[in-house]
Design a binder for this molecule. Sequence first.
Ligand code: RIB
Length: 312
Amino acid sequence: MPATESAPRVCIVGSVNVDTFVSTPTLPKPGETVLGSAQVHTPGGKGANQAVAAAMMGAKTWFVGAVGNDDSGRVVESMFQSHGVDAHRVARLLAPTGAAIVCVAATGENSIIVIPGANMDFGAEHVRSASAEIRSADVVVLQAEISLEANRAAVDVAAACGTPVMMNLAPSPADVEAVISLVSGCEVLIVNEVEEAALFAKGARPHALGPELIVTTLGAQGVRWWHKGSEGALPAIDPGVPIIDTVGAGDAFVGAFAARWAAARVSGTPLDETVLRDLMRWGMAAGALACTKRGAITSLPNRSEVVGLLKR
Ligand code: RIB
């Protein structure tokens, strides 16, 4: 969906990979070998998925990240173009384009191994070269598949421009203390249960972390949230058709939430409890729909599908 002149603007700073999808009856346990099938290669990466998800909600979207000077990098660049994501700030580096092995079980559950490649060579200087895009955006979105230095630079540039930052702390970072200092500069933090547990294991408490809003996505259980001294939960949205593949559901949530939040900012609407419930419902609707199709980017819903589900 091409963005209009008045569209909300989202800048995603993050990772892009080429995913190798493998279907397997069950996910392998440590020490176990299982037989898989249907190997498919397709663009992915949490940053790229979130950028496409935001663009599919109608937001003008920039993706800032890095690929290698290889065939995978070229595939990814043309994917951004075909989805209307502005990728002119994607650096071509010497390291290979990031890759991920995505195993999907018959239940729809997944486990993923990421080989970061160029994503981890993308540094603070690259982020700073995208200051104009960060300044132009209504919302900046980060994840944890690029270096802490690059994410810190994005938070600093955004703070200097007055652009609010939303951090999706995925995957769980090894250095929780460093991350706690990073998220203190973000307005919104989105985690899943595993990431929430890692974050709070060192004694951090939601209301003292810094972000105005923290959301934990709980899959079929919906979400729980903390916002300025209050907290609550919302039930999941039933997509009405069977769940076949949960890959990309979290990214669909983040991209739709970010696009909707950017739209609220354009209209001058503050992030109060009514608005945040609306943002979470958009995120959950997009996430639920993403579970009804295979793949990551290939499963992302468009705006009218999300609106249709929310009306049901
Ligand atoms: O969230 C799903 C994504 O995680 C995949 O596309 C894979 O590349 C990993 O980054």
